[in-house]
Design a protein. Structure first.
Length: 154
């Protein structure tokens, strides 16, 4: 799925510490026919390095294109998703990037806190692969075809 033919397809940035979850999410996006470029980071620190193009993402043009959508896990080592979300939504250069929490957590306090921090949507990770494919299909249709996203800078 891509947006209007006249628009450049956005990059989807997925932040998740679990290698199996990253692989399953990528496969689910492919099975849902989401053809956008997908990049992965493993924790909040790496997410911020990517967004600010520092550390391993510094210097090389194209290595860290500005994402048009971030899928964010909450529970990760180092900097967790809540901390990263707070930084992203507190920075006027990043806050317009839509962030969707994709987490196994269904705790009310995680959902409420995520919205208080500015998340655009909260999705509980489905427990089956077919459920994940369906979630990625709906997510792809909504975020990549229906809504108008802010233009991304290269």
């Amino acid at each position: 799925m891509t947006r209007d033919k006249n628009k450049i397809p956005i990059t989807i940035l997925i932040c998740d510490d679990d290698a199996d979850d990253r692989m399953l999410t990528q496969q689910a996006l492919e099975d849902a026919h989401v053809a956008n470029a997908v990049r992965f980071v493993e924790d909040g620190d790496q997410l911020l390095d990517y967004l600010y193009q520092r550390g391993e993402y510094a210097g090389e043009t194209g290595k860290a294109p500005r994402p048009g959508l971030i899928l964010l896990d909450l529970n990760m080592p180092k900097m967790d998703g809540r901390e990263a979300l707070k930084v992203i939504k507190g920075d006027e250069t990043l806050r317009d990037i839509p962030v969707v929490v994709l987490s196994t957590s269904g705790f009310d306090q995680d959902i409420v806190r995520s919205y208080q921090l500015g998340v655009n949507s909260f999705i509980r990770k489905p427990v089956t692969f077919s459920g994940l494919v369906e979630a990625m299909n709906v997510l792809g249709r909504y975020w990549l075809e229906i809504v108008e996203l802010p233009p991304t800078a290269a």
